[in-house]
Design a protein. Structure first.
Length: 343
């Protein structure tokens, strides 16, 4: 045990594969541990470097092993894959993690705090409930359309159909159809109340977090997007520039360059899909009001629109710029300063 300097752990639900090497790179230990045995093993182990794949439970183990005085580094799974030899199995994965964690050019994921993970759980739960609410509305809209009852799209226009469904005196809907659809309507109402409660909790977390409040000063970034950014990015200094942060979120063009010829395609769509969705949606909302606003972002976006650029392309470009501004605010600890440009 005294020879171990680097450890790679392939995390799982119950069985954890451990691969350990010494200072010369020789394999010292290859063993599978059950969940209760893993913590006890590392408590007895001397100080060493531990590599983990950044997965759902990695942050918990990162915090626990750090408490034992170990140096823990989380590696994105995509960066571990090139080090896997031959076939996919737990032993090979643990060896690949152990090899990848020692590379000087490797990029790592900061270990999140419990508070940050809890805030992200609010976001994930809210996103799930909103998708379920959309599914319920689509189901009710489709069933009622079969009976000739329709309404314009968007959630706010669904209220008249819901009133028809609830009103017992309304004979435009057969009694049997009303009995079939009423449970869906009740579930829709409950879903709306739960989403509203999560929104209140997210707003409270946003108001208590100074980083989130600074990010909310950026045009197009509201409390939901700001709190998601503040909870996701534990250490903005891990990115050398705003462009690196934008590339992390998949908002930069995908490259296919060779021989000095640069070929750029659409955005890479790598990284956190939820964050990217929030940012592009916020940019699209900002773009829809750009005609009446005179901020620097609005002027820049209107210039692109006047050049006949597609609206969706401009929205993504605006989201890219918002991300770079967000990185600068997190690094410098400042708020967004609105300046006016000459026409």
């Amino acid at each position: 045990m005294e020879q171990i300097t680097t450890v790679g752990i392939d995390l799982a639900k119950n069985i954890f594969q451990v691969h350990a090497i010494d200072a010369a790179g020789r394999v010292v230990l290859q063993k599978a541990f059950r969940r209760p045995q893993l913590a006890a093993f590392f408590q007895k182990l001397p100080a060493c470097l531990i590599g983990l794949e950044a997965c759902s439970s990695a942050h918990h183990w990162g915090r626990l092993l750090t408490q034992f005085g170990r140096e823990v580094r989380l590696i994105p799974p995509a960066y571990v894959k090139p080090y896997v030899r031959r076939q996919k199995k737990d032993v090979a994965d643990a060896a690949a993690i152990c090899e990848a964690v020692t590379r000087p050019s490797m990029r790592f994921v900061p270990v999140k705090t419990e508070e940050q993970q809890a805030a992200l759980m609010l976001h994930r739960a809210r996103s799930l409930l909103m998708s379920q609410r959309t599914a319920l509305i689509c189901a009710l809209r489709g069933h009622m359309a079969e009976l000739g009852l329709t309404a314009p799209r968007e959630v706010r226009n669904f209220r008249p159909l819901l009133e028809v469904l609830i009103d017992e005196a309304d004979d435009s809907l057969p009694a049997l159809a009303r009995a079939a659809l009423r449970p869906l309507a009740n579930q829709l109402t409950t879903m709306g109340n739960r989403i509203a409660e999560l929104d209140r909790q997210l707003l409270a977390w946003h108001r208590a977090n100074p980083v989130s409040q600074r990010l909310a000063t950026i045009p197009g970034v509201g409390p939901v997007t700001a709190s998601a950014l503040a909870a996701t990015v534990a250490d903005p200094a891990m990115f050398a520039s705003g462009r690196e942060f934008s590339a992390f979120l998949g908002l930069v063009p995908k490259q296919s360059s060779s021989g000095g010829k640069v070929k750029l395609g659409g955005i890479s769509k790598m990284g956190d899909r939820y964050l990217r969705h929030l940012l592009v949606s916020g940019a699209a909302a900002l773009l829809s009001h750009a005609k009446t606003r005179r901020g620097p972002l609005d002027i820049w976006a209107k210039t692109l629109v006047e050049k006949n650029k597609p609206i969706k392309l401009v929205a993504v470009a605006l989201a890219n710029k918002m991300v770079r501004i967000a990185w600068a605010l997190m690094i410098r600890g400042e708020t967004f300063r609105l300046t006016t440009h000459a026409a």
